[in-house]
Design a protein around this ligand. Structure first.
Ligand code: C5P
Length: 186
């Protein structure tokens, strides 16, 4: 989804910084600068570094909420009994950018939900100080993971709710970018 959004923004003439974890997808557009990261922590550092020089950010990475407290450089050998891993929270990148956001910047987030979809998305919109949030529900056939299609609802900070039809992810990217551009003119 992030790559489709970057492509769509660049096609419309925007200069894009694409922060991405390790994926096999390639991108080749003169307006897209790809910055590779390998962890949520690293994505956080880069996002905080680049955000001030942008007109806005779309946060669509599914960053893990927790990470292992300790990293073992070697294979962990089998022992008898249970093995307990301690997990510590990853920084919430969208929430941090929400705190840093200046008046003219637009911040969009994503919410993938399985229940109480609208309420949960609304909460994230407010808690992270987003301008709008793109909701998709795993209850919708053809939406979410492992499919080329998606069905989204956009909720914005002015309490507007727009439902979109099920469509190809490239068309979804186009709907999101159009919304972002309209939003920037408000
Ligand atoms: O994981 P969650 O449902 O809270 O994700 C909602 C939004 O927050 C998404 O836009 C996601 O990219 C962003 N997020 C983030 N940093 C995290 C977790 C989520 O920016 N550590």
């Amino acid at each position: 989804m992030g790559f489709a959004l970057a492509q769509e923004l660049a096609n419309k003439g925007a200069r894009v910084i694409l922060l991405t974890g390790p994926v096999s997808i390639q991108v080749n557009h003169p307006l897209i600068e790809k910055v590779d990261v390998v962890s949520g922590e690293e994505m956080y550092q880069k996002a905080v570094e680049f955000f001030p020089q942008t007109h806005g950010a779309i946060m669509c990475a599914a960053v893990a909420d927790y990470r292992a407290a300790e990293q073992n450089p070697h294979k962990i050998k089998r022992k008898t009994g249970k093995l307990t891993l301690e997990l510590i929270p990853n920084p919430d990148i969208a929430a941090r950018l929400g705190e840093m956001k200046k008046d003219k910047q637009v911040l969009a987030g994503f919410a993938l939900e399985t229940h109480n979809e609208l309420d949960n998305a609304q909460n994230k919109l407010q808690k992270k100080n987003l301008d709008f949030i793109v909701l998709n529900s795993l209850n919708d056939v053809g939406a979410g993971f492992q499919t080329d299609t998606n069905k989204i609802t956009i909720l914005d900070k002015y309490n507007k709710i727009i439902n979109f039809e099920l469509k190809h992810k490239n068309s979804v990217a186009s709907d999101i970018v159009n919304y972002l551009m309209k939003f920037m003119q408000v």
